[in-house]
Design a protein around this ligand. Structure first.
Ligand SMILES: Cc1cc2nc3c(=O)[nH]c(=O)nc-3n(C[C@H](O)[C@H](O)[C@H](O)COP(=O)(O)OP(=O)(O)OC[C@H]3O[C@@H](n4cnc5c(N)ncnc54)[C@H](O)[C@@H]3O)c2cc1C
Length: 390
């Protein structure tokens, strides 16, 4: 049974950062939309937000909504990014942050703070509504998109924007991948949130600290919930004992091993899927955004930033093409999707390359460290600056 149908209706599948930012962007340009997702949960931990992510956020118009400062309590400026060797403790690469225009602002950001602020801003426009539901299938007929829900009902909209993540139905539809094959992955992430008050002082330093080991690495930085966010990336087969072995090489290894041992059930383990880049981000009346469109390996800390850029760049496209509410969105979506697919492809390749380098083991890991301490560090810095200033 069809639930509803209205003209120029836009629905989002998923209620993550991508959908909230894009719904806000469309609302700022005059379009109403509905975000459809299962009941949202409080998000754990934080991310790093680089200057390009902040530039995109500024374009979403929080200032105009009187919310210009609302993100600040959720952000902590990070003074430097450094890559260090776990085996020697040597600093291999050192990038001062916030000292040049293309390195500033660089902050940590709580996931929940970012998501909640985007939601509050979208609510303030009065153009975004939320609906609870799980979409199980998507199809298009007669220039409209049909969503089928878990309860068997269907709903038809003019446009369906899939911000439903790497495993969502929208990505599969756009990729014309009807059979959900098991996804390949070779590495996984362990995510920990440690109370800063219990941590030794140097674990709380306002820096992005990337510790490179043998076959695995981890990064830690403080977040505004009063915690230290620690993410370790290791081979797929690694377990919590392997994690404890990796962190034991840190100068505060005893503390970290105790923490891992005592909080085993609070450590989140997440496969890092190696999903192919989509040929196109649009199929008929379904578009994909965020991780559904361009899942990023986390090694250059760009995934969420790129979802914000999706939203800001669509605003720019609508404005450049002078497309206003009531106009056909097709030309803007087609141009935007093509441009974003090209832009994110390059960043994703760089992130994959960084992941391979960070994951080296044995003698290759020693060669990596030598390379980073010499010419490689300069190459990485230049690459990051290019991404951050784009
Ligand atoms: C370990 C790790 C570290 C990271 N670190 C950083 C970092 O430092 N900096 C950075 O910028 N990025 C980072 N990222 C990337 C970042 O987390 C993601 O890019 C970002 O969260 C993607 O947001 P999204 O809204 O596209 O997807 P998600 O957050 O996955 O949201 C998907 C939404 O879709 C909903 N959904 C799914 N299926 C359905 C369905 N069938 N029907 C309806 N709704 C559905 C879900 O409930 C959810 O609301 C990291 C990622 C990982 C894994």
């Amino acid at each position: 049974m069809a639930r509803s149908s209205s003209s120029h209706s836009i629905a989002f599948a998923g209620d993550g950062i991508a959908s909230r930012a894009m719904a806000l962007a469309l609302a700022q340009m005059g379009w109403a939309s509905t975000i459809i997702a299962p009941k949202s949960k409080t998000l754990m931990g934080g991310i790093q937000l680089a200057p390009n992510g902040w530039a995109a956020l500024n374009k979403l118009g929080l200032d105009q909504l009187g919310m210009g400062d609302d993100l600040q309590p959720h952000a902590i400026p990070l003074a430097m990014m450094r890559l260090l060797s776990l085996s020697t403790g040597n600093s291999l690469v050192h990038i001062p942050l916030n000292d040049r225009a293309n390195r500033s602002p660089y902050t940590s950001m709580t996931r929940q703070g970012l998501a909640a602020t985007l939601k509050a801003a979208a609510q303030k426009t009065k153009k975004v509504t939320w609906q609870t539901g799980i979409i199980t299938a998507v199809s298009c007929q007669n220039n409209r998109a049909t969503m089928t829900f878990k309860d068997g009902q269907t709903e038809v909209v003019d446009w369906l924007i899939g911000g439903d993540g790497i495993d969502g139905v929208c990505r599969r539809y756009v990729a014309a991948d009807d059979h959900a094959a098991p996804q390949a992955y070779s590495r996984k992430a362990f995510r920990l949130v440690l109370p800063a008050k219990d941590c030794p002082h140097n674990l709380t330093a306002r820096a992005s600290n990337v510790w490179l080991g043998d076959g695995g690495h981890f990064v830690h930085y403080p977040i505004a919930t009063g915690d230290v966010n620690l993410v370790a990336v290791m081979p797929k087969a690694a377990d919590l004992d392997d994690l404890a072995r990796l962190v034991s090489q840190h100068p505060q290894g005893d503390f970290l091993v105790d923490y891992v041992t005592q909080h085993r059930d609070q450590i989140n383990q997440q496969p890092l899927y190696a999903l192919p880049q989509l040929d196109a981000m649009q199929r008929q009346r379904v578009l994909v955004i965020g991780d559904a469109a361009h899942p990023m390996p986390p090694h250059l800390a760009q995934g969420a930033g790129q979802t914000l850029i999706d939203a800001a760049s669509l605003m720019a496209t609508l404005s450049d093409m002078n497309i206003n509410p009531g106009d056909d969105l097709q030309p803007a979506f087609t141009r935007w999707a093509g441009e974003r697919n090209r832009q994110t492809r390059a960043i994703r390749l760089n992130a994959e390359r960084a992941g391979k380098i960070f994951g080296l083991d044995g003698p290759l890991a020693q060669l990596r460290n030598l390379g980073l301490a010499t010419i490689g560090g300069r190459v990485l810095t230049k690459q990051l600056e290019e991404i951050w200033s784009a």
